[in-house]
Design a protein around this ligand. Structure first.
Ligand code: SAM
Length: 193
């Protein structure tokens, strides 16, 4: 067995949780690679909600879906993932975040700690038991370390009885390689009182 690279491992995790007929979320659509991957997993009976604050990313994602004739399986929203609860009201089987900026575009338009954590809070409520949220954390850029640290602080405090939190990381690579954090809901959370 070979150790999977970060992006490959993120997809392996999504594949384990997202099946035909499910709802999935791409929280950072970018060039649409993950939106397409999720659209392939959910099949014609499922649905993907994809978010990006950049029009350029929304257009790129729509084009990628159109190229594969899968545009009917996704809604690509030009809005921030912190607003996910405005659009999604069904249980979510899997969600993915690629934190950082879109390569080749404005580096200023990067994900931010507050909005990332707001989106995580909403998605944790929407996530079904057995569902997974995957974050690929790029932290080499300006503001990246602050976001990394705040996200780690937030996920580390989630109660283990309800949410399992995994970190997958190569420890001997240079130049701030990305790493993966995965959250698996194992019990209804927040608990019903
Ligand atoms: N997954 C993408 C792909 O396959 O190409 C790469 C995503 S890129 C690292 C991060 C993206 O997050 C950028 O396209 C950026 O515009 C977007 N972004 C930044 N803040 C956001 C927010 N609050 N909500 C949604 N997307 C956001």
């Amino acid at each position: 067995m070979k150790l999977e690279r970060e992006l490959q491992y993120a997809q392996t995790l999504l594949k384990s949780a997202v099946h035909e007929g499910n709802v999935a979320v791409d929280a950072t659509a970018g060039n649409g690679h993950d939106t397409l991957f999720l659209a392939q997993l959910v099949g014609d009976d499922g649905f993907v909600y994809a978010f990006d604050v950049q029009k350029q990313a929304v257009d790129a994602t729509l084009h990628r879906l159109l190229d594969h004739a899968l545009e009917h399986r996704a809604l690509v929203l030009n809005d921030g993932h912190e607003n996910v609860a405005k659009y999604v009201n069904k249980p979510v089987a899997g969600a993915i975040f690629n934190l950082g900026y879109l390569p080749g575009s404005d580096h200023e338009i990067s994900t931010r700690p507050n909005t990332t954590i707001q989106a995580l809070e909403s998605l944790l409520k929407l996530l079904k038991v057995g569902g997974i949220i995957v974050l690929v954390i790029y932290h080499g850029h300006e503001g990246g370390k602050e976001e990394r640290d705040e996200v780690i602080r937030f996920v580390s405090e989630l109660p283990q009885k309800y949410i399992h939190v995994l970190r997958y990381e190569f420890l001997n690579q240079k130049n701030d390689p990305p790493f993966v954090i995965a959250l698996e809901k194992v019990k209804e959370y927040p608990p019903k009182s």
